[in-house]
Design a protein around this ligand. Structure first.
Ligand code: WT7
Length: 636
């Protein structure tokens, strides 16, 4: 079957949960609970917060005295690590598996909560010995290995802030993020495995450090063992440090204010510079734990596999923090889904008895392309629930996931959220009837709307801007070192209503089901990865042969969208096939291979407004051969 990511027409079929799901669900009546939750959202979240361990109870559930800089559980004292690890050590869960990890070459490591804690304490002490203190930002650039989780958790334990940079990013992207964070300490690995090849992370790190004068210490995990350059007094091997007496397995968990920063995570936006989205210890802990528990009906016997990379928010919230707070057993896999054969994932599910799989539409469509026979070779009856995130899951891929992987017995939780929301905002629950392609309705406590330019709700079935009307504990608190941009990007447009602008368009059908359509800003989603057109364009323009560039997203079968770039060359330079390849490679080198354009076309001019803004909407309409819409602002 050929996947069609662009099948977007709403479908009428409805899927109901089975007895097995209904019987065990944490939440049985969404409608009733939802109504109660939005009658008093702060009260709802305060009750959920009571499921966590606080060093001191909060004074105010929601402090909204300085909008839009909301504070949740103000005055409360907590540490997310105390909830994700420490408290589990006091009961039988100290022996429960926290992490089952498999490397791409097939090596396996497991950690009980007891062992995870030992690793985290030891590395926390290593960080302290390197002078890392509460509030310092540590940059982490790693493949998907247990030490990535340990490094993040160790930072949080001592009150340091982590900034994880996705291991697929290039020198430029890494350097830019280190510089914005002013990090003094960097944690990395020599490399990682991807499709049977070594990805040389330390080589990239060494280049990035040359451009990042704040870095004084670089700690490297030996993963692949290939030759890497290590500089005296700056570079240390992780295993050497972990073998020293300073790496004691005993370490106190720092007492944090609920609103102290837990991490920053860079994401792409409307301007060239990536934004460091800020999340905190208290609200984020409550939000990730609550959403994870209810949306995926988490039970002690579950084996939870979120097949994202910890380098993205999905990994932060639903590989690491939410699941650990809920004392889940986490599955983590280092490599590519189809390496060395297309059933690698299905094999993992059978082998480890995975009960819940949470992945992306791109991965689903990519695996669907290989045909049903690969999944049929494995016993997937251990699965109970499925999930999806990152971009719209088209009905055709939904049905394949449901029937071929879930054997028509596992509801699919198509969760809508963002780096900025911290956790699920719009999502089904296991008990709610599902429509393939719809993300259902808001999670408990949340209120959303689909509105026009002026903030007026659009009629049922019509497309509009998706907004979130009320604050929620997992919301981003600001953009690192740029609070004005935070206000400008998310709160300005619907300022008079006080609503959060998501940047997405959506429609709500006659049953109240929400259908997310696409981004309406200059963000492109490629394989679920978020890229800014401005970042791609500035990467292109940084090449000496390029004068000007515009990047747009065009539909793609598997990736959902693919990048198409239109380039004006400098005078005297002729465009040919060779230059296309050079420029594609250049973008991949500058940003990372996820940003490599699908196609590059040389043009003589680009449609612009009279004020000189590139009209990407017009380029896109022309490429698709559809109506160009309103052209009144187009410069002649
Ligand atoms: C954007 C946020 C949240 C983790 C992964 C992405 C799109 C996300 C869905 C979904 C349709 C979705 C939106 C959103 N998106 N989930 N279930 N259906 N679109 O986080 O990189 O911050 O991207 O991803 O466009 O705004 P992100």
């Amino acid at each position: 079957m050929k996947p069609n990511a662009n099948e977007r027409k709403p479908v009428s079929e409805i899927y109901y949960p089975s007895e097995r799901i209904l019987k065990d669900a944490h939440i049985k009546d969404y409608d009733k609970l939802y109504k109660e939750s939005i009658a008093d959202p702060v009260g709802f979240w305060e009750r959920e917060a009571e499921n966590l361990d606080w060093f001191k109870r909060w004074d105010i559930g929601l402090d909204d005295s300085n909008k839009p800089f909301y504070q949740w559980f103000a005055g409360g004292k907590i540490n997310i690590i105390h909830n994700a690890i420490d408290r589990h050590l006091k009961n039988w869960r100290r022996n429960k598996l926290a992490l089952i990890w498999e490397g791409e070459p097939g090596d396996i490591r497991t950690y009980s909560y007891f062992e995870l804690n030992r690793g985290v304490c030891k590395f926390a002490n290593v960080l302290k010995s390197m002078g890392v203190k509460k509030g310092d930002i540590v940059t982490i650039y790693m493949p998907q290995i247990p030490e990535l989780a340990i490094s993040m958790l160790a930072c949080a334990k001592i009150g340091a802030v982590h900034s994880v940079v996705y291991g697929g990013f290039s020198v430029e992207a890494l350097a830019e993020r280190i510089q914005d964070a002013h990090s003094r300490v960097l944690v990395t690995a020599d490399g990682g495995w991807r499709r049977g090849k070594i990805k040389d992370l330390k080589g990239i790190v060494n280049e990035a450090i040359k451009r990042s004068p704040t870095i004084e210490v670089c700690i490297t995990v030996k993963r692949t063992g290939h030759d890497v350059y290590m500089e005296n007094d700056r570079d240390f091997w992780y295993h050497d440090l972990m073998g020293l007496p300073i790496a004691s397995p005993v370490c106190d968990t720092e007492v944090m204010d609920a609103e102290d920063i837990l991490f920053i995570l860079y994401t792409s936006g409307t301007t060239g510079r990536p934004k460091g989205v800020v999340h905190t210890h208290g609200g984020y802990a409550v939000y990730t734990a609550t959403t994870h528990k209810y949306v995926f009906d988490i039970k002690d016997e579950d084996r939870w596999w979120c097949a994202a990379d910890p380098g993205w928010i999905t990994g932060h919230s639903y590989i690491i923090y939410g699941p650990l707070i809920n004392a889940s057993t986490i599955i983590m896999y280092e490599g590519a889904p189809n390496h060395p054969y297309p059933s690698r994932w299905w094999n993992m599910i059978e082998k480890y008895g995975v009960t819940i799989l949470y992945t992306s539409p791109t991965a689903i469509r990519g695996l669907m392309r290989f045909g049903d026979q690969w999944a049929k070779r494995h016993d997937l009856s251990c699965l109970r629930l499925l999930g999806s995130v990152g971009e719209p899951l088209n009905p055709e891929a939904w049905r394949w996931y449901y029937n071929v992987i879930g054997k028509a017995a596992c509801p699919i939780m198509d969760t809508w959220w963002q780096t900025e929301t911290g956790g699920f905002v719009i999502t089904p629950l296991p008990v709610t009837p599902l429509k393939p392609g719809s993300v259902f309705k808001p999670f408990l406590g949340n209120q959303i709307a689909v509105v026009d330019e002026n903030g007026k709700e659009v009629p049922k079935g019509e497309e509009g801007f998706l907004v979130i009307k009320t604050p929620w504990p997992g919301m981003a608190r600001t953009i690192h070192r740029d609070p004005d941009r935070y206000v400008e990007l998310y709160w300005k447009k619907f300022e008079k209503n006080g609503w959060y602008k998501t940047g997405d368009s959506a429609r709500i059908d006659e049953d109240g089901y929400i259908w997310v359509i696409a981004r309406v800003d200059e963000v492109i989603k490629v394989s679920g990865y978020r890229l800014g057109t401005a970042e791609i364009e500035s990467a292109l323009v940084s090449h000496p042969s390029v004068a000007e560039a515009a990047a747009i997203a065009l539909p793609h079968e598997v990736k959902g969208n693919a990048i198409h770039a239109y380039v004006i060359l400098r005078s005297g330079i002729t465009g040919n096939k060779e230059l296309v390849d050079i420029l594609k490679e250049h973008v991949a080198h500058e940003m990372g291979s996820i940003a490599r354009p699908e196609a590059i076309e040389f043009v003589d001019s680009l449609p612009k407004t009279r004020s000189g803004k590139i009209m990407r909407r017009v380029i896109k309409a022309r490429a698709l051969g559809i109506d160009e819409g309103d052209l009144t602002t187009l410069d002649e």
